[in-house]
Design a protein around this ligand. Structure first.
Ligand code: GLU
Length: 367
């Protein structure tokens, strides 16, 4: 999991660097082995990145000194290539005209990398992500415009991703999403695009949630989105106004998130129960389905698995036998019609849980 943020403004300024840093601070829970920023100005595309926390890298690399009209920011949790300065995002093409940040994994990156290398592209990192700027560069060399090049690069990759890209000389941020989260924030003469809403919530409450398979670009005042078949999507009907508070996404004085979450347990339980009370009919319906199912499988990973395990215990006390299944073992299990699968993920993004859901659904279980 990584945190990504992009912002594009109608004005060029250093204030934008500070804004991106504040967004990165709120995204750090998503990844914290390295950090990087790309600043696009009329004069330059500058990338500064290093291994370390947001605070360390921002200080060491003087990130707040950067000026520009478009910024990309990334906080990494490495999947391909060790956490090092050169593996930190953003990644660039050979001529440093394109910068890309990515959350996710590219399954076919080896084949793509080999092909690009045989065409003369020089790689500077061990990441899967770096194939994207080189592919865009290659497609542009062959005569495509920037958006076509971005679209073609996205269509060549297999795997999961939320991708942001900027190109020198253009006041827009390209984006694409499959399986990893991406949301647009519509600000005042500036547009945000990030892994989550709290990262930019102090600046705008107007959001558009991007769906799987969509790609497009944002400018300071416009949003263009198209679906998998390249058909433009009406964005105005997709704008939502957020009415909840960002404070629930910050550490609020606790030294780390785990301690904060432990202290929050009573209120979290209370909020959950009161939320369920307003949907009591739905709860009874689900309870009935659990009661009538032939088998109950509870699947989750990490802390959610412990919650699932405890749920199984509560079911056992009521005389129902369930199978607590550690999500990464999903491929060893086969379910069938009549089975019920309860899948738990705090982020909604736990890949093994999502893969399990897909498989179990195909096999006919109720999720
Ligand atoms: N695969 C990319 C990397 O290793 C992104 C990692 C992630 O999203 O966790 O740099």
């Amino acid at each position: 999991m990584c945190g990504i943020i992009g912002v594009v403004s109608n004005k060029e300024s250093k204030r934008l660097a500070e804004l991106v840093v504040s967004c990165l601070n709120r995204l750090e829970y998503r990844g914290y082995d390295s950090v990087g920023v790309a600043a696009l100005s009329s004069a330059n595309l500058e990338v500064r990145k290093a291994k370390g926390t947001v605070e360390e890298v921002v200080r060491k690399k003087n990130i707040k000194e950067l000026s520009g009209y478009a910024f990309l920011g990334h906080t990494r949790w490495a999947t391909h290539g060790a956490p090092t300065d050169y593996n930190a995002h953003p990644h660039t093409d050979c001529s440093n005209n394109i910068a890309v940040i990515h959350n996710g994994t590219i399954r076919n990156f080896k084949e793509l990398r080999d092909e690009l290398q045989s065409l003369g592209h020089k790689f500077k990192s061990e990441t899967d992500t770096e194939v994207i700027p080189h592919m865009m560069e290659e497609y542009m060399k062959r005569g495509m415009d920037t958006f076509q090049a971005f679209r073609s690069a996205v269509k060549s990759i297999q795997g999961s991703f939320a991708i942001l890209a900027v190109v020198k000389g253009e006041r827009r941020i390209f984006f694409a999403k499959r399986d990893n989260p991406l949301v647009i924030g519509l600000g005042d003469n500036k547009t945000f695009i990030a892994s989550d809403i709290p990262s930019f919530l102090p600046y705008t409450r107007k959001v558009i949630v991007i769906s799987d398979g969509e790609l497009g670009y944002v400018t300071p005042n416009t949003v263009y989105i198209e679906d998998e078949n390249d058909n433009p999507i009406d964005v105005t009907s997709r704008i939502k106004i957020i009415d909840w508070d960002a404070s629930s996404a910050s550490k609020e004085g606790y030294p780390h998130f785990m301690l904060k979450e432990i202290h929050e347990s009573p209120i979290a339980v209370k909020d959950t129960i009161s939320g369920l009370l307003s949907e009591i009919d739905k709860v009874s319906e689900i309870a009935e389905e659990i009661r009538e199912s032939s088998r109950i499988i509870v699947t989750a990973a990490g802390t959610s698995y412990h919650a699932g395990f405890y749920f199984s215990l509560l079911l056992a006390r009521k005389g129902y036998t369930s199978i607590p299944l550690i999500a990464s073992e999903y491929h060893n299990f086969r379910v069938k019609k009549g089975d019920i699968v309860i899948a738990i993920s705090q982020s909604g993004e736990t890949l093994d849980v999502k893969m399990g859901i897909r498989k179990f659904k195909e096999e006919g279980a109720k999720i």
